[in-house]
Design a binder for this molecule. Structure first.
Ligand SMILES: COc1nc(N)nc2c1ncn2[C@H]1C[C@H](O)[C@@H](COP(=O)(O)OP(=O)(O)OP(=O)(O)O)O1
Length: 175
């Protein structure tokens, strides 16, 4: 894909995106992506940062656009940087426990509640299983992933670390 950061892009060149993992008692909200990056996968709601937007502003806006609810308390749970053949990104991950509204389908997303203790990782990005349990459990993490031919070839996750909203989220310092 022309103009899209691939596996050799420097960290500073990567587009930024967000994910929200909303926990409501013993269930957590995922979406079935209807288009865009990861179409067909189950994933947390979220999307790409717009110009001038902070990750927190982005995650609130994207959750509202995708599933029609307002998350009240998005808390930063970590971030990962990844490089793939046709897309690479820094993804900021938030956990939320309070919201207003009823999750509703949009053109981008079908909302799906799943049990916190039975998340369908087989239908998600392969690397989600390495960090999502930590997030659902209230912890923090930092991840670095390299994919080739849609398979994760390098996976590094630090748990219990706080990652600033701005700055290098790559555990390896790869730039
Ligand atoms: C390992 O890679 C990824 N893992 C997970 N769990 N989620 C990922 C990964 N790469 C991207 N994502 C998520 C992060 C964002 O929520 C979306 C970004 O893509 P999207 O195409 O949904 O962006 P939007 O701004 O919503 O879409 P439009 O451009 O159509 O407005 O994917």
């Amino acid at each position: 894909m022309t103009g899209v950061p691939g596996p050799t892009a420097a960290r500073e060149q990567l587009p930024e995106a967000t994910l929200c993992h909303l926990v409501d008692g013993d269930r957590t909200l995922l979406i079935r992506k209807q288009r865009g990056v990861g179409q067909g996968n189950l994933v947390g709601p979220g999307g790409k940062l717009e110009a001038g937007e902070t990750p927190r502003e982005c995650v609130v806006r994207e959750v509202r656009e995708e599933v029609g609810i307002d998350v009240a308390d998005p808390e930063r749970a970590g971030a990962f940087a990844y490089w793939a053949d046709d897309w690479s990104a820094v993804v900021h991950v938030f956990r939320a426990t309070a919201y207003e509204g009823t999750p509703t389908a949009s053109a981008e997303a079908d909302p799906v509640w799943v049990p916190v203790d039975d998340v369908p990782f087989d239908e998600m990005w392969a690397t989600d299983r390495t960090w999502l349990p930590t997030v659902l459990d209230g912890g923090t993490f930092r991840g670095t992933f390299v994919f080739h031919a849609d398979e994760p070839r390098y996976v590094d996750v630090d748990r219990g670390v706080n990652v600033p909203e701005r700055g290098d989220v790559s555990a390896t310092g790869r730039r």
